[in-house]
Design a binder for this molecule. Structure first.
Ligand SMILES: [Zn+2]
Ligand SMILES: [Zn+2]
Length: 490
């Protein structure tokens, strides 16, 4: 209903004939549909991992179906390539015909590990029968599409015990292999004695070593096939997520998906699962002096534009970190004096124009260093009464409404948030601070985040962030991410 509201009448009329999916897919990316939901392997772990590999390349818009039996020609139409992480009952005539026609028409298919098990002929599901106990007639076309499949006829397909072995490219000129090292090492099952179809192009093999219980022969593990106008890539590798974490698996799989989808390979020989931008900000995160939940480390994790190094006390501020970092983030709690050298280094860092984000309990830091809390941070948690001021107070497990203030880039467009966190009350604050967040919660001071008074570099303080409820809140993560980017001068 909502869709009808946002699509123009012309767009709706057009969608009856040839729907325009461009609104719903990422521009310029190859469209991948992973087929999953049944497997004699742990598809609940492997499918998200395959998706993560493809997402990390930035080349694909990846979707997943856990009910491939519902596929139709129409539901497959927008995609460039199917990745099968499926090994289970047949999909039924409509879905099977749709998948075969999809590939035949010139699109791609990638079969991973157990997906080479032939539908129907003999189900591998424990009892070698379907879950209903009924053997199905085979969908023999699947083996024709993939270019090979498991067989129970002699010589039977199988594998020796899992071990570490080398996969060698035998066709290094193929776009999938080009630029990669001549071999790569995996810990995986080594499938042997596939029933292969004529016309496949073997890309890589491995020695099925007799001393590991193998047949002593080189076995084809990676191959390509043509089905009609379509391209197929098969990888026998990938028994579990650990096997799928081998750099050689990651790169060959991602490049295989790209090749089947587009007939070209642009991806590098090595694919990182935690890709960083070339000019990613270098952040030093300082902890120590206060316990905290492990979830805190997720706040700045997995971002392309930020690379974090954790450097806790007493090592923090030990060296010339102004050269090594673009921004420092403090989640430490160091109420007493900083030793002379770290103190001088930290001051020089701030004098040099480099930025800083101070989080949560770090507002209690360096109490006897007025330069720090007066001139730089603009706030201090009072550890005891300082007449006429009373000691500051804290209270765990509060639910508070937080409202962004003004249109500073750190909070611009952020919605108000209702968050479970710790509150502080009765802190000292500098006059005239630019406030970013406020609350009217009775156990909290009104300002919850501000820009520090320091003018030689950019300093931000955010009071929130005690526990998991804040750390895992995307709103909080966005707040910290923006603060780091702003403090670093971007
Ligand atoms: Zn396996
Ligand atoms: Zn706390």
């Amino acid at each position: 209903m909502l869709l009808a509201g946002v699509m123009s009448a012309a767009a709706l009329a057009q969608s009856a004939a040839a729907p325009d999916d461009s609104f719903f897919f990422e521009k310029g990316k190859l469209r991948v549909l992973i087929l999953s939901g049944r497997n004699n392997h742990d598809w609940r772990a492997s499918t998200p991992h395959l998706r993560r590999i493809l997402d990390a390349t930035g080349r694909f818009d990846v979707r997943v179906t856990e009910e491939p039996s519902g596929l139709t020609a129409e539901s497959l139409r927008p995609y460039d390539v199917l990745v099968s992480d499926y090994c289970g009952p047949r999909w039924g005539g409509t879905a099977e015909k749709a998948v075969a026609a999809f590939v035949h028409s010139g699109k791609g298919l990638v079969a991973v590990h157990a997906a080479s098990y032939p539908f129907g002929e003999a189900q591998i599901l424990g009892s070698h029968q379907t879950p209903t106990g009924v053997r199905e007639p085979a969908w023999s076309e699947w083996a024709t599409i993939v270019g090979g499949a498991w067989t129970e006829k002699e010589p039977k397909t199988g594998h020796a015990k899992r071990h570490v072995y080398e996969v060698k490219w035998t066709n290094a000129a193929h776009p999938i292999a080009q630029g990669m090292a001549p071999s790569f090492t995996v810990s995986d099952e080594l499938y042997h004695q596939f029933a292969l179809k004529p016309g496949i192009e073997v890309l890589a093999t491995a020695l099925d070593a007799a001393e590991q219980g193998g047949n002593g022969r080189q076995e084809p593990l990676l191959w390509t096939n043509r089905y009609g106008a379509g391209r197929v890539f098969h990888t026998a590798l990938g028994h579990d997520v650990a096997a799928m974490s081998a750099p050689g698996f990651i790169a060959s799989f991602a490049r295989g998906v790209e090749w089947t989808a587009s007939e070209k390979v642009t991806l590098p020989a090595s694919v990182s699962l935690d890709p960083k931008d070339k000019d990613a900000l270098r952040v030093m995160l300082v902890t120590g002096g206060h316990d905290h939940e492990q979830s805190f480390y997720a706040v700045l994790d997995g971002l392309r534009e930020i690379r974090v190094t954790v450097n806790p006390h007493p090592a923090a501020f030990g060296g010339d970190f102004a050269k090594a970092y673009d921004c420092i983030v403090l989640y430490d709690y160091h109420v007493g004096d900083l030793p002379e050298v770290p103190q001088r280094n930290l001051r020089e860092y701030l004098e040099s124009g480099k930025g800083m984000v101070v989080l949560h309990h770090a507002i209690a830091n360096y109490q006897k260093w007025p330069f720090w809390w007066k001139e730089v941070v603009g706030g201090r948690y009072l550890m005891q009464d300082e007449p006429p001021a009373k000691a500051s107070t804290y209270l765990h497990d509060q639910d508070l409404e937080v409202t962004p203030v003004g249109d500073h880039p750190i909070v611009k467009g952020l919605p108000p948030m209702y968050i479970h966190d710790e509150t502080y009350k009765g802190m000292w604050r500098a006059e005239g601070l630019q406030i970013l967040l406020k609350t009217n919660h009775p156990t909290s001071d009104e300002p919850l985040a501000w820009i520090g008074p320091w003018t030689k570099s950019r300093v931000v303080y955010i009071q929130l962030g005690h526990g998991r409820e804040a750390h895992e809140n995307p709103w909080y993560r966005e707040l910290v991410r923006r603060s780091v980017i702003w403090a670093a001068g971007r």
